[in-house]
Design a protein around this ligand. Structure first.
Ligand SMILES: [Zn+2]
Length: 277
């Protein structure tokens, strides 16, 4: 009960900070509050710490050099203020894993969680840092030069950022797991002994982040729902562009940006789970 209370207070402070700094919309702040409370209440510092690391690093990066990115954001993103849909797309799966681990503790939940957090963090870092690259991104499918910020684009700078993000999530997982030991039952002492090896967490973060990030680019280049602005002719992710409603251009109608994030997170989590074998 105490953990839920601490979680509620910490998540409330985090949501208030996010709202005050314009990182979150009203619905996003409420979603972050619910999510943070569960991450700490059903989990512990390990779960909550990785969520905070993703949230703060991503928010700070997306606010950096705002002027330069303003134009790109108009075309390709909803803006840097996250709403509830985006908050759940980034942290919802992790929340389910956290609840699963509380009910039936097993290292698999933890490992998949590292892969998922590595994916969302790597994806955010790659997008934010990659979009500042002077060289235009290239399509992950055919190497064609794309416009900065386009879905499905990759760059050297963005990929480097993704590698760094994956390593940092792995390192942080190692640190938080040391500070706040993961719940272990005696029957899984064998399984948990390897998880206490920080090197495996580091590897899970790196591989999970890279696989998830690549999946995000691939889905973005192939099946992601894209619209076309009838005013300027650009392919965009938004329903409104140049002050006018946009029209369907390509992709699966249910595969919006949030869905792409969720599916690539699952792939990053699955990649990290391979370390269980
Ligand atoms: Zn337009």
């Amino acid at each position: 009960m105490m953990d839920w209370l601490i979680g509620f207070v910490c998540a409330g402070l985090l949501a208030a900070l996010g709202y005050h700094k314009h990182w979150l919309s009203t619905s996003g702040a409420l979603a972050a509050m619910v999510m943070g409370t569960v991450y700490y209440g059903a989990g512990n510092l390990f779960w909550f710490g990785l969520l905070i690391l993703f949230f703060i690093s991503g928010s700070v990066l997306s606010r950096m050099k705002r002027e330069r990115k303003r134009k790109i954001e108009q075309d390709y993103a909803k803006g840097s203020r996250r709403d509830a849909g985006q908050v759940f797309a980034n942290g919802g799966l992790g929340m389910l894993l956290c609840i699963g681990n509380a009910i039936w503790p097993h290292p698999a939940w933890t490992l998949a969680f590292i892969g998922i957090m590595a994916t969302v963090t790597a994806d955010t870092w790659a997008t934010e840092i990659g979009s500042l690259s002077r060289r235009p991104p290239r399509s992950v499918l055919n190497g064609r030069v794309l416009e900065p910020g386009a879905s499905g684009g990759v760059s050297v700078r963005g990929t480097t950022a993704a590698v760094l993000a994956g390593l940092i999530i792995g390192l942080a997982a190692w640190l938080f797991a040391t500070l706040s030991p993961l719940p272990t039952a005696s029957s899984m002492a064998m399984e948990s002994s390897w998880l206490n090896s920080g090197w495996l967490m580091l590897a899970a973060g790196l591989v999970g982040g890279l696989v998830g990030c690549f999946a995000d680019s691939y889905l973005g280049a192939t099946v992601q729902l894209m619209y076309r602005c009838e005013v300027c002719g650009k392919q965009v992710e938004t329903r409104i562009h140049c002050g006018q409603p946009t029209v369907y251009d390509r992709g699966w109608r249910w595969m919006n940006n949030d869905m792409v994030n969720a599916v690539s997170s699952i792939m990053g989590g699955a990649a990290a789970l391979l370390f269980l074998i």
